[in-house]
Design a protein. Structure first.
Length: 40
């Protein structure tokens, strides 16, 4: 996993996450995200 983070405008630092869904067709993206959430 990445060890990168983002700083919001209110100076809160959050982890940067990516599921790699930008290349998936719209119809399949929801299923991919749902599966990732279920896996944890």
């Amino acid at each position: 996993m990445f060890n990168e983070s983002l700083t919001l405008s209110n100076r809160v630092v959050i982890p940067q996450l990516a599921l790699g869904t930008w290349l998936i067709d719209d119809g399949k993206a929801a299923d991919a995200v749902r599966a990732a959430v279920e896996i944890g």
